[in-house]
Design a protein around this ligand. Sequence first.
Ligand SMILES: Cc1cc2nc3c(=O)[nH]c(=O)nc-3n(C[C@H](O)[C@H](O)[C@H](O)COP(=O)(O)OP(=O)(O)OC[C@H]3O[C@@H](n4cnc5c(N)ncnc54)[C@H](O)[C@@H]3O)c2cc1C
Length: 614
Amino acid sequence: MVDLIIDRRDVDFVLFEQFELQKFCEQSRYKDFSQETFEMIINEAIKLAKEEVAPADAIADRQGTRLEDGKVIVAEAFRAIYDKYAEGGWIATANDPEYGGMGLPVPLGLILSEFFISASSSFMFFPGLSVSAGHLLEEYANTSLKELLTTKLYTGEWTGTMCLTEPQAGTAVGDICSVATPIEGTDRFKITGSKIFISAGDHDLTENILHLVLARVPGDPEGTKGISLFVVPKYRFDESGALGKANDVTVTAIEHKMGIHASPTCSLSFGENDACEGYLIGERAKGIVYMFQMMNEARIACAVQGSATANACYQLALAYAKDRVQGAKVTDRSDDPQAVAIIDHPDVRRNLMLCKAYAEGLRALLVQAAVYADRARYHDDEDVRHANQDLYEIMTPICKAYATDMGFKVSEWAMQIHGGYGYIGEYGVEQYMRDVKIASIYEGTNGIQALDLLGRKLRMKGGGLFMAWLQEANKAIMPNVKHERLADIFENLDKAKNTLAETAFGFSQAGKSDPEVVLLGATPFLEMFGQVEIGRMLAQQALIGDEKLQAIATEKGVSGADGFANLLAEHADARFYDGKIKTARFYVNTILPHTRSLSVEIKNADRSALDIRF
Ligand SMILES: Cc1cc2nc3c(=O)[nH]c(=O)nc-3n(C[C@H](O)[C@H](O)[C@H](O)COP(=O)(O)OP(=O)(O)OC[C@H]3O[C@@H](n4cnc5c(N)ncnc54)[C@H](O)[C@@H]3O)c2cc1C
């Protein structure tokens, strides 16, 4: 079994030094919390993730899931931890206590989910989908359904799913064929149709499952504008929540897949016997709007899967590189060269730095997005809420696509650091790599995220979202371009940010002439944006690191190169802060140059991919 290593020092740094979570307690919503309570909750979550969830995952990944007599059986190991997880209140950490949530700040909820996803991405489908299904019902269901069902989902008594995909309707969700027919004299609808690839679509962890199903009422418009949203239970229930008979939802198959083996991916048939009933959520034909809330939350959850993978794989690779002895240092010219740990080889160190930069940068990026989300939802001041909603909207596709692509990439670097052992199951990286790949595909493929960024988010409010982001970036960069010790980092970042802005403005002209060519630039543009955003996060960290390192040096009376070298050898915090500066410097010199080459690719506007006859 792989030991799950969570870098608590970095988690604390991001939460309490970079984003100052303790200051959230000044807001009325969080006044009953303190830094101490946040830290206690983090301790408990890490304990559960390491001691219970990760060991269960190792077994569950081998056991997988099976379909027996039309019912899905999940790995035995998940049953005990599901109950513990639900009873501990871990499902709805950042949701309303009135319905069974913990009411924590969104950034803390996100970090807690990172721990649990690192421990088991397969397991997290059950609570993860439940909380976003519950949140959707809390927001849009009528009062009686909301009060009954949201609590069931937040407390884990029942679980939730999202049912969009059909065989002929994947990305093109407007092509769904599922039908909902009003049942006269009731508030219910008859549901018929087939859905595929439904995560946690059936299982034996809870007594009931609530499916959030997109379907069309006959006569409503074609395409996404005619889609409605229904909550369809596996078992019917009365107004007290007591279960009735089965609701004619059949599991027709489960998928055998590359990763997330312990998460059941189901094909579901609704109403094979004309006896499946569902309740309309909100207004008819507005289903896609409501479902977007769940999809956006799931997109951030995908991003967390990327960041959790990057962090876990970096820790595994670091521990392995310190331990594995192989070859001598290139500078050892003695007759009898000493074998060294592979961490002493430059190429391995470069790979480790790539892993570190992305692992730490992605964690910060997602916490930043969660800060925007929290302020957008809960801040006392309406203007602050609107401004943060804009930033959150533009960040969502970048977080989803860049974090999942780079999470996969970090798993690849980490595997490379392990050599042949990385390819072997017991070292851990292999499972992370196959588990994370799906995150770049579901919840809107990463290609679709790039189109969303370029085609929608960049144009929204006449470019206002991008301008709001640019202002944020300038606020972080401009005061520091002449920094005594970090000017090089901020100058590099400033150049990359300007390249990104020029490219964004360039799109508005190009779009009028040849829209297809413009779309060829969507994925490179999202990549550029991701690169600059990680740069912004790491540069902010370097700034804090520099300030704290100088303070330690002053306190210890240290000066000069030798003094600093001794300080780093002896003082763990000094080493940590110095590491932040070196990571940012490495990143702006190693990754940010690629921002320029991506901008050249976009400017070249090469049509060959469109013109070639495949
Ligand atoms: C393990 C797993 C779990 C899943 N869980 C769920 C779930 O819980 N609920 C659910 O509803 N679905 C779920 N899905 C489905 C998933 O969301 C879809 O697979 C995904 O949205 C892509 O749809 P598709 O597979 O039909 O690919 P397609 O839509 O056929 O796309 C194929 C390729 O074409 C590209 N493409 C398609 N259309 C366009 C376009 N207009 N412009 C540019 N490029 C385009 C895509 O980016 C992709 O690269 C799951 C899938 C898997 C494999």
